[in-house]
Design a protein around this ligand. Structure first.
Ligand code: FES
Length: 910
């Protein structure tokens, strides 16, 4: 065959020639042929816009652009921005305003933004939304991106934001890992993969329940060009089983004899790079079986068992109770009740599961996008049947996780393939594959009864939720146990009962997703609160204030916090926007017309960390002879900002400028376990470990000079100066002995939150720290179409202490955006919604202005008083939206997402 003529074009100003198939995607040519990896691929279908580049100055999706039509054109990628003042100003604005969190969408955002700024120097918000409408972000909620672009023309790109000594905590410093994100230099799951690595394709079940027989795979390998090996359950040398809760672990790496959900892996095909692997010829026969897709069917008498050892298809039950609920409800002056339903929700992180593996001496080294490297290592080693020391997890930059990258996915497949083939291997899930095979938010069916006295004092709540936990356990036990503690919200009750069960179906495994079931519970509880307020003729804010938890009040588990309970302050912070929004809505509704304005309020609380279980984090920080403070930061930064937060805490605790801190990545071979990035725990738990390690190092360094621990330190290259009052000493670090890691001094500290086990009624101290928040939503409803427009959200959060207010606000706005999606548009239907075209997440036009008030209650246990906010951010949004809809149309919507047809049903009273 005659080779295709080379295609000549300019990329970032350089003339390049591409000798590839003309139909090759530009994104692939950039990444694979030219090894320019700043351009990211999130969907390969033009839905996410992460791959946006400029083609002759115009933004295009590189994944939809065949190189065959690019001869003589000019392509610019994110790597080009640093070369121009305008590009540097845009990068600086993203750093200043927190426009990048995980950073995976950032190259696309920057390129779309730069095209706009080339046309319009000071764009309006509408122009920015229009220009960036094709690029999805799952982290930021877009508002800080809008601020970044609006401000880009006004910023001095060289303006440093260095906080004063000892003032790093509390400062709006730019992310320490921000520069590499805005330059396109951050290395995500696939970015570092050797281009000659073998590729892996996974063979998956097309049925939610089926038996299967593998045919002659050796023959398939021998007869299929490019295929090197096939892996199946027979090739798993250790335990073909994993799960994040060891006692409930039940999911095979490769199914054995039958599959339990559509998309389950049965085998993997390893092939030479560039080989066109045809899975259609894979030797496999299926015997489809009846599937059970709903918990109501799964728990029916005689239903087929999805796991033989789980009677009734019940994975686990959760329970918290205090007082006599039935008697207290019977005595209550007013009682309301309701049934609520939620659906599967997809994490939709823009970076799909991605990574690569290699053998290094006796080690299996896995480079992977993950939220939990040490758990990955233990679980992968058990699957391989090797000592955990032989497995090294090197977390890459993580393009969003939200709980979905807590479970194993590609890690064992990569390891098995690398071991079998003894060559580097790589895999990136396609978007449909990612959506089909990884965990989801649990669908919930909730019924609840709430009673109160005539004056609005709460009497009792009776709450019952059934969660569809899908085919495998994943985080089902955590959801079932966390929800009963939180289902009452941050309020006082005389009696309380919350029961949950996680039920297996043949749906996808439901796992951790920002809130572990609490967002679903908050919908029921906060909507019933508004029902109650209506029945009592009370202002919803007043009802909540009358019953809000305060310091000294017992929670529903009997736990009492003497301080750090800032919920009332959050509600008070919203009093003015709430009152003003109600006034405006009444004014708008005084005019006739199909559009009705509504205002909704909701609050929430959330415990930081594991539920009544050990939850330690360990941090190591050391000083090198050349004066580097090396912070081994094992709290994986998935965009939320732990790299920056830990550096800020370390700097202040050690007493040195932030610029002295050098981060060391979370590789399991050199950085201690700082636990999972989940459960809103890193700022509180790992932050405390960081504080303690840095404090110890400070004392150790002061001791070197014979001075007390509170002496001042100045590190200038290899010279450490220690001073206190008139005492002053210099230490030449190169003259000191070093340890095996090259440190002249090092400190390691572990922090484990003080919690207690719960008794049979769920009484005890499940979390050492709770965070609180509330939101007010303004919207209008078109009563003719059911379409909802959001006009603004006010949010107030007790975060204890904002270590970095810009990052905290970014978490809150990002959580709100996910709450909007859950409330209004997101519904994952197994086997149906397999891409980001059909599965809708909020775009830049869907998130209204968000005004954030930070309440700093100063938690007594948190580092510098700080506590978590990652999950709290999402919790009130959906119930506040539902309450606003009800306020607008006069009838409630009990099922999310509140799509236009469901809203219309409410309007019409059906
Ligand atoms: Fe946009 Fe993560 S920062 S997807």
């Amino acid at each position: 065959m005659t080779p295709a003529p080379a295609i000549s074009l300019h990329v970032n100003g350089d003339l390049v020639e591409l000798s590839v198939d003309p139909m090759t995607r530009l994104s692939q040519a950039l990444r694979e042929e030219l090894e320019i990896t700043g351009t990211k691929v999130g969907c390969d279908a033009g839905d996410c816009g992460a791959c946006t580049v400029l083609l002759d100055g115009q933004p295009v999706c590189a994944c939809l652009t065949p190189v065959g039509r690019l001869s003589g054109t000019r392509v610019e990628t994110v790597e080009s921005l640093s070369a121009s003042p305008a590009g540097r100003a845009l990068q600086a604005a993203f750093l200043r305003h927190g426009g990048a969190q995980c950073g995976f969408c950032t190259p696309g955002m920057l390129m779309a933004g730069s095209a706009l700024l080339a046309r319009v120097t000071t764009p309006t918000e509408a122009e920015i939304q229009d220009a960036l409408g094709g690029v999805l972000c799952r982290c930021t909620g877009y508002r800080q991106i809008i601020d970044s672009i609006a401000d880009a023309g006004r910023l001095d790109p060289n303006d440093p934001t260095e906080p004063a000594l000892g003032k790093a905590v509390g400062a709006r410093v730019a992310r320490v890992d921000g520069p590499i994100k805005v330059r396109g230099d951050d290395r995500f799951g696939d970015d570092g993969a050797p281009r000659d690595a073998l590729t892996i394709s996974v063979v998956r079940s097309p049925y939610p329940s089926a038996g299967f027989d593998l045919g002659d795979v050796d023959r398939y390998v021998a007869r299929t060009p490019g295929v090197v090996a096939v892996l199946s359950a027979a090739d798993v040398p250790g335990r073909n089983c994993f799960g994040v809760i060891p006692a409930a672990a039940d999911q095979p790496v490769f199914a054995e004899a039958h599959t339990r959900f559509e998309g389950e892996a049965v085998a993997a095909v390893v092939a030479e790079p560039g080989a066109a692997v045809e899975l259609g010829g894979f030797p496999l026969t299926w015997q489809p079986r009846p599937a059970t897709m709903h918990p109501a069917d799964a728990t029916r008498s005689g239903a087929a068992l999805i796991h033989a050892d789980r009677p009734g298809n019940i994975l686990v039950n959760g329970f918290v109770a205090t007082g006599d609920v039935e008697a207290t409800l019977a005595e209550a002056d007013v009682q309301v009740e309701g049934q609520f339903r939620t659906t599967f929700v997809e994490h939709a992180y823009i970076e799909p599961e991605s990574g690569w593996a290699e053998l290094s001496d006796d080690l299996i080294v896995i480079h992977v996008t993950t939220q939990t490297p040490h758990m990955d290592r233990e679980a992968t080693a058990a699957i391989l049947g090797v000592d955990p020391e032989r497995v090294v997890i090197r977390p890459t930059a993580c393009g969003g996780g939200f709980g979905g990258k807590l479970d194993l996915s590609i890690q064992p497949i990569l390891a098995l393939a690398a071991l079998r083939c003894e060559r580097p291997v790589r895999i990136t899930y396609s978007r449909p594959e990612s959506m089909a095979s990884t965990t989801k938010r649990h669908p919930a069916s909730i019924s609840a009864r709430l009673g109160a006295d005539r004056d609005g004092q709460l009497a009792a709540l009776d709450f019952h939720a059934t969660f569809d936990t899908g085919a495998y356990a994943s985080w089902g036990p955590t959801v079932a146990n966390r929800v009963p503690i939180h289902a009452g919200g941050p309020y006082r009750y005389r009696a309380y009962r919350a029961r949950t069960e996680a039920v297996h179906t043949n749906g996808p495994p439901a796992g951790a997703f920002r809130g572990f079931g609490v967002p679903q519970a908050a919908i029921a509880q906060e909507c019933l609160f508004d029902d109650l307020a209506r029945r009592l003729g009370l202002d919803p804010l007043e009802l909540r204030l009358r019953n809000a938890l305060r310091a000294g009040d017992p929670t529903v588990t009997g736990q009492v916090f003497a301080s750090g309970v800032g919920y009332v302050d959050c509600l008070e912070a919203l009093r003015e926007p709430w009152t003003e929004a109600l006034r405006r809505a009444a004014e708008l509704n005084s005019a006739a017309g199909p559009r009705r304005a509504g205002v909704g309020l909701a609050g929430a609380w959330y415990g930081c960390g594991n539920t009544a279980l050990p939850n330690p984090s360990t941090i190591k920080v050391g000083l090198t002879p050349d004066g580097q403070v090396r912070l081994h930061q094992g709290a994986v930064d998935i965009g939320q900002g732990s790299n920056t937060v830990m550096a800020q805490i370390c700097a202040d605790a050690l007493g040195v400028p932030l610029r002295n801190i050098t981060l060391v990545d979370a590789g399991t071979d050199h950085t201690p376990d700082a636990g999972k990035t989940s459960a809103s725990r890193q700022t509180y738990v790992t932050g405390n470990a960081t504080f303690e390690a840095a404090t110890r190092l400070r004392a150790e360094l002061a001791e070197l000079a014979g001075l007390p621990a509170d002496a001042r330190l100045v590190i200038d290259g290899g010279v450490l100066t220690v001073a206190r009052d008139t005492d002053r000493a210099e230490v030449h670090l190169a003259e000191l002995p070093t340890d095996a890691e090259g440190f002249v001094a090092v400190a390691v500290a572990t922090y484990d939150p003080p919690t207690t086990a719960l008794d049979e009624n769920g009484q005890g101290e499940p979390y050492a720290v709770f965070g609180y928040g509330a939101q007010v939503v303004q919207l209008d409803v078109d009563t003719g179409t059911g379409v909802i427009r959001l006009h603004g959200i006010d949010a107030a959060y007790d975060v204890g202490r904002a270590v970095n207010p810009t990052l905290v606000e970014g978490q809150i706005i990002g959580g709100i955006a996910q709450g909007i999606g859950m409330a209004l548009m997101e519904e994952y239907v197994p086997g149906v919604t397999d891409n980001l075209h059909d599965y809708l997440i909020p775009t830049i036009g869907d998130v209204p202005a968000v005004r954030v008030t930070l309440v700093e209650s100063g938690d007594p246990l948190g580092p510098y008083g700080a506590k978590g906010v990652g999950e709290h951010a999402l919790l009130p949004t959906a119930p506040a939206i539902l309450n606003a809809i009800c306020h607008a149309v006069g009838r409630p919507v009990r099922r999310v997402p509140a799509t236009p047809d469901r809203v219309l049903q409410a309007v019409r009273g059906r």
